[in-house]
Ligand binder design. Sequence first.
Ligand code: GTP
Ligand code: MG
Length: 470
Amino acid sequence: MFDTLTNRLQGAFQRLRGKGRLTEDDVKEAMREVRRALLEADVNLTIAKEFTERVRVKAVGHEVLQSLTASQQVIKLVNDELVELMGGAQEKIARAAKPPTVVLMVGLQGAGKTTASAKLARHLTQQEHRRPLLVAADVYRPAAIDQLKVLGEQVKVPVFSLGDQVKPQEIVRGALAEARRGGYDYVLVDTAGRLHIDAELMGELDDIVALAEPDEILLVVDAMTGQDAINVAQSFHERLHLTGLVLTKLDGDTRGGAALTVRHVTGCPVKFVGTGEKTDALEPFYPDRMASRILGMGDVLTLIEKAQSAIDEQVAKDLEAKIRRNEFTLEDFLQQLRQMRNMGPLDQILGMIPGMNKLKNQLQGKALDEGQISKVEAIILSMTKEERHQPELVMKSSSRRVRVAKGSGTQVRDVNQLLSRFEEMRKLLKVFSGPGAKRKLRGIGDLTGAVQGNQGGTGQQHVHRHKKKR
Ligand SMILES: Nc1nc2c(ncn2[C@@H]2O[C@H](COP(=O)(O)OP(=O)(O)OP(=O)(O)O)[C@@H](O)[C@H]2O)c(=O)[nH]1
Ligand SMILES: [Mg+2]
């Protein structure tokens, strides 16, 4: 869904990611990219401009730029703005106080009304445990009634039909009586495709609206038609006072513009989206979920929230200063580990970061677990304060190493491994006080390596290498 848009947006953020703090120019540049991505996705120019301007102002005005997670916060701002653009909260399908709830499905020919009617019937049955009745009110297109009957059978919802020799108004009247008699709580009326300028057919809808007083008038629009979909929605809304939209064919190579802006332009909420030809391919429209899908962020927002709650901003700042001065100690290391523990299993955290799946696979089974952290914790706590600040002391003295191993209930080689890993990491951190996502990544890798416990291999090699150097 919206692959091109997603790729473009990710590209815009990629450059920010490599940086620690951001300048106003960085943000401006990123917003130019975002704007281009939106335009390419068929979002109209005014909306795209206003959108990026809002994000820019927020980013510059909230001390975002100076924070340690500036790039992530900019992404979050874009996300929030997307959610807002798409209408904020999810809008549910109406439910009449006195059943049946009447839903009228309208739209252009071939938009997906009949399919959407059946999908909605299925949704109501399976997700909301309702009893819908489908109504075949398209008497114009040959085989329209049969099509609905076939779909009705698939979703196990009865279809009310009076054939194609009866006026749609009469069919709807009959269906309402049937629904009351049969105790149905939804009546879903599938109408024929029509243009909003077709006076006769629009008059027919007026009649149906007058007699059935529908609780929902849902316009079914084909998202693949981009800006046209928005124009159609606007015209139908002016003519009929729609209560909601169903955007279909989002699974195709739609550019996304319609989904992003139709709500903003028409003021009419998108209630469902169709994502395939099968009857189960209907989803309630959640602006927030759609936004993170568009950003291709997986669960990155959940991640940011987790990180924000787990990592104390001040602690992070202090730490950064220490790294810059090369004063990072085992105590700081321990604190880091504890913070990571607060965030949950490492491989799970990495899984939430886009593009990190590869690294995640490398770490499979190596996740920080409680036991491993506890072990490192025990080793560090068995050292004196002096030793924690100058790990070289332990490194150089085998009697100290034996003492620490004994004190922590571990093996001497565990102590060795931790120390050599820590040393590696410290070197790395020195480099990482400059920018560079890759280096940071290696940092994470080494962090886990440090708590590998007895798994041996690489840790030992590092020790040897150190010895040779000495
Ligand atoms: N890929 C995809 N195809 C869809 C979707 N919704 C509908 N279609 C297809 O679009 C075509 C038209 O769907 P219909 O439900 O018959 O459309 P309609 O609005 O009822 O058409 P008319 O009654 O002729 O006006 C069919 O081939 C559907 O399978 C969707 O969400 N994704
Ligand atoms: Mg149809």
